[in-house]
Each structure stands twice: as structure tokens, then as C-alpha cells.
Design a protein around this ligand. Structure first.
Ligand code: SAH
Ligand code: SF4
Ligand code: F3S
Length: 448
């Protein structure tokens, strides 16, 4: 028994969360224990993100805080994993003296060996990208719960000109359909009620002649009470078959994250997004007419190189026209070695900020309108846990991925309940749990 404790902190997208569970599994099998406290750790790992400069700066300053713990415990091994490890490589060892090991996303199997060597005083780096590594045989180390992330493919071949992912995650490769289905079957047996199938480009999943729609349907058939979600879809790979698969299965959630990035064809072309707004709007029309009540969300970048006010207005127009339920909105951040890096970064920061604010305000007002329309309706909610703000209230999500807060009552985490909505803001719906007797506030029902 090693009796050594590992602490892992994760930044970035859900794929990094899923990878940290793979890392957890590899280290658990090697005899390590885990701690939630950095102060107790013999090994401190940080799984990092490079998507925007800000994401990297946060990790750098966090590593500055790790220094304090290392000076109290000089034997502590510090490791940087994930996309920053892949992007910055030896620079991390050279510039941040406290870092002992650097491991990229395709080399986690080497982690136990590298940690061993680090305890003997040898720094180590493993950052080769692989065309085949997909950790299909590793059962991620998860704590029991309601929702699980399941990574189904890795890497990205799209090469959007602003994006580091193809460089930090390498070529696209998929797990076997059989491997994914087996993992989800085990999750269902352990009591999970929701899975989210993950990939940077999840709808280009392939296992020989089987595509993402086949995978989604196979997973949905495992248990009709299991909610199935997926992210992220690229508009180019959103097939009719996939749209029909979502429409045809009650437990495949009616929610699609479909990043548009910009409303201007000229900018989309410079971004190498491979679709036009006309194509995108036709896709949205097909989705909304085929999947009743579907919710859509998007990603938007403000201030891409050469973006004019006219391009920006076109983005606002798309947001108005689609009426997204929600959006993730970012200021363009130039990333070294991407194609867009060479296009300059000519939109001044104040203009980027101004445009981003306009985008956020517009989206917030639309989200609020859509959510207010829900007042008076009843929705099915999967109970996920206590609400962030109060221990006497619970939260869950609708099939369309809206967060709902409701009072505690005669149900437990993991149950499906019906909630009548009585209040809404742009981010959250508030409601009363419905009992068989009619609409009763559970707080009153319990007191009576
Ligand atoms: N694979 C997904 C998302 C990848 S990253 C997709 O293609 O949609 C998540 C989001 O970060 C992107 O959709 C994009 O909006 C944003 N993003 C990526 N690179 C960026 C950059 N250099 N500056 C600002 N935002 C960026
Ligand atoms: Fe990045 Fe584009 Fe790939 Fe998404 S599809 S990960 S934005 S390169
Ligand atoms: Fe970030 Fe890497 Fe994910 S750059 S968004 S952690 S794939």
C-alpha cells in the first residue's frame, strides 16, 4: 500500500472533468488514495485549459498558491496535466520551478511511472499526442451521483482558425460503441440517472459504419428512465438522422448546444467554420420543426480579427432570430500558432468589451423572455441536489436543460418529479412540486 494521497483540481471543459476521472482511475489502480485538501496531498495535480489566455492565467496564479503548500512539504510532487501541458510543454518546467511533471491528454497512462520518478527527484514530461489513445478500457473513477460525463471521442479535426484544441488534443478518434454502451450500463446499475456523451465534436463520432445517431440510440435504449444528453455538436455534422433520433426518443433530451460563433458569413469563413448563416438557419428550422419544444444554446466570439460593426450587428441578428435559450459568450483571445494568430488582433479591447456586453445583454433579455413564458406551466424535473443558495431548497433540470429550484419535500435525489413554475429569471425557474392531489406547495403539505 502506498498510503500517498493525490489531490486533483480541474479546469476547462467537461472533457477535462472526464479525463480527471480517467486519471483518478489509473492512480487508484496503482494504489494511491485521494484527498480533497491540498494541505494533505503528497501529489497535487492540476488538469488545465488553454482555450483563452484568461484560462491559462488562472492556472498560473493558482500554481503560485501551490508554492506555499510545497514549501511546507518539500516532498510534494506537483503535476500539470491537460491542454496547457500539451501547449507549453517544457516551458512549464523551465518557467515554473515548482512543477515536477507535465503530462498531455494522451499520455495519462504514464502518470504512475512519472510520479514514482518524481518522488526520486527526477522531473518528467510526456506530451506525445496519439492517433489511437481513447482510454476505452479504463473505467473512470466516479463518485456515485445522478449525472455522469462519458467521453465518447477525443480530439478535433475541424481546425477553426481561432482554436487551440486540435493542437492540444490531437486528431479525432472515437471509442467503440460497445465500450460506451457497456460503461453506461454499469452507470445505470450504480444508480446514475443521466449521462452526457462528450466530444469536442461529438456528432462526428464514428465506429466503422456506425455514427453518432446510432450511438445515441443505443445508449437511449439501455434504460428508458436514463436521460441522455450530448455536447458539443458542430453545425456541419448535424445530420437529419441525428435530429430524428433525438425527436424519436423520449429520453434523449430535447436540448442541443449548437455553437454559431458569429453571424457574419465573412467572419465564419475566416474562422473556417465551414457553414454559412443560411445553412445554419435552415438547420435551426429543421431542428425546431422536428423536435417539439427543443431548447438551443450557442457559443459566440466577439471581436474576431477584422470584425466590423456590421459583422457584429449580424451576430446580434442571428441571436434575435434563433432566440437561443442560453449562450456562452467570449471576447476573442489570440492563441499562438493558430491561423487566426497571424490575422492580427485588430479589434481594440474596448470595442470587444462593448460588443460582448451588447451580446450578453441581448441574450439575457431573450433568456428571460423565454423563461417567463414558462410561468404557469408544469415541467418534469430530475432532482439533482440541494440548491446552491439554500439547504432547504432543491434543484434539478428539465429535459431542455433549464435549472429549476423548488422546496424540499417528499422525494429524493435522483427522482423525477413534476414542478409547476411560478417565477423565473434569466438563469433559473422557481416552482412548487406537484402532488397527486393537485398543485400543492410541498412546504405546506409537509406542515399539514
Ligand atoms: N468544440 C466546440 C467548442 C470548443 S471550445 C465547438 O466547436 O463548438 C468552446 C468555445 O470557446 C468555442 O465554441 C468558442 O466559442 C470559444 N473559443 C475557442 N477559442 C477561442 C478563442 N481563441 N477566443 C475566444 N473564444 C474562443
Ligand atoms: Fe475548436 Fe473548432 Fe474543434 Fe470546436 S470544432 S474544438 S472550436 S477547432
Ligand atoms: Fe480547454 Fe482543452 Fe477543453 S483547451 S476547453 S480543456 S479541450
Amino acid at each position: 500500500m502506498k498510503n500517498k494521497k493525490v489531490y486533483i483540481e480541474t479546469y476547462g471543459c467537461q472533457m477535462n472533468l472526464a479525463d480527471s476521472e480517467v486519471v483518478g482511475s489509473l492512480l487508484h489502480d496503482d494504489g494511491y488514495e485521494f484527498t480533497k485538501s491540498l494541505g494533505d496531498a503528497d501529489i497535487a495535480l492540476v488538469n488545465t485549459c488553454s482555450i483563452r489566455d484568461h484560462a491559462e492565467q488562472r492556472v498560473i496564479s493558482r500554481l503560485g498558491e501551490f508554492k506555499r503548500y510545497k514549501s511546507g512539504n518539500p516532498e510534494m510532487v506537483i503535476g500539470v496535466l491537460g491542454c496547457m501541458a500539451e501547449r507549453l510543454r517544457t516551458k512549464l518546467l523551465d518557467q515554473l520551478k515548482l512543477v515536477d511533471i507535465v503530462v498531455g491528454p494522451d499520455e495519462y497512462r504514464k502518470l504512475p511511472g512519472l510520479i514514482e520518478s518524481a518522488f526520486e527527484g527526477e522531473k518528467g514530461i510526456a506530451v506525445k499526442l496519439s492517433k489511437v489513445e481513447n482510454y476505452d478500457d479504463i473505467i473512470p473513477l466516479r463518485t456515485d451521483g445522478v449525472s455522469a460525463w462519458v467521453s465518447v471521442m477525443r480530439g478535433c479535426d475541424k481546425f477553426c482558425t481561432f482554436c487551440v484544441v486540435p493542437y492540444t488534443r490531437g486528431r479525432e478518434r472515437s471509442r467503440t460503441l460497445h465500450g460506451v454502451v457497456q460503461e453506461v450500463e454499469q452507470l445505470v446499475q450504480r444508480g446514475f440517472r443521466e449521462v452526457t456523451l462528450l466530444g469536442q465534436n461529438v456528432n462526428s463520432y464514428r465506429d466503422d459504419e456506425l455514427d453518432f445517431a446510432d450511438l445515441l440510440m443505443s445508449v437511449a435504449h439501455i434504460d428508458p428512465k436514463l436521460r441522455v444528453r450530448f455536447t458539443t455538436s458542430h453545425p456541419q455534422d448535424m445530420s437529419d438522422k441525428l435530429i430524428e433520433a433525438i425527436a424519436g426518443h423520449e429520453n434523449i433530451c430535447a436540448y442541443i448546444h449548437l455553437p454559431v460563433q458569429s453571424g457574419s458569413d465573412r467572419i465564419l469563413d475566416l474562422m473556417n467554420r465551414t457553414y454559412t448563416i443560411d445553412h445554419y438557419m435552415k438547420l435551426v428550422e429543421k431542428i425546431t420543426s422536428t423536435i417539439p419544444g427543443v431548447a438551443l444554446s450557442t457559443d459566440i466570439i466577439a471581436g474576431f480579427p477584422t470584425e466590423t460593426d456590421e459583422d457584429h450587428q449580424a451576430t446580434l441578428d442571428v441571436i434575435r432570430e434563433v432566440r437561443y435559450d442560453g449562450a456562452f459568450m467570449f471576447k476573442y483571445s489570440p492563441r499562438e500558432n493558430t491561423k487566426a494568430w497571424n490575422m492580427g488582433d485588430d479589434v481594440p479591447d474596448e470595442v470587444k468589451s462593448q460588443r460582448l456586453t451588447e451580446i450578453i445583454n441581448l441574450q439575457r433579455s431573450i433568456s428571460l423572455e423565454i423563461n417567463k413564458e414558462m410561468i404557469g406551466t408544469t415541467v418534469e424535473v430530475l432532482v439533482e441536489g440541494t440548491s446552491k443558495k439554500s439547504d432547504t431548497e432543491f434543484m434539478g433540470r428539465t429535459d431542455t436543460n433549464k435549472t429549476v429550484v423548488f422546496p424540499e419535500g417528499d422525494y429524493k435525489i435522483g427522482d423525477y418529479i413534476t414542478v409547476k413554475i411560478h417565477e423565473a429569471n434569466a438563469a433559473t425557474l422557481f416552482g412548487h412540486v406537484v402532488t397527486p392531489q393537485g398543485w400543492v406547495d410541498v412546504r405546506i403539505a409537509v406542515e399539514a
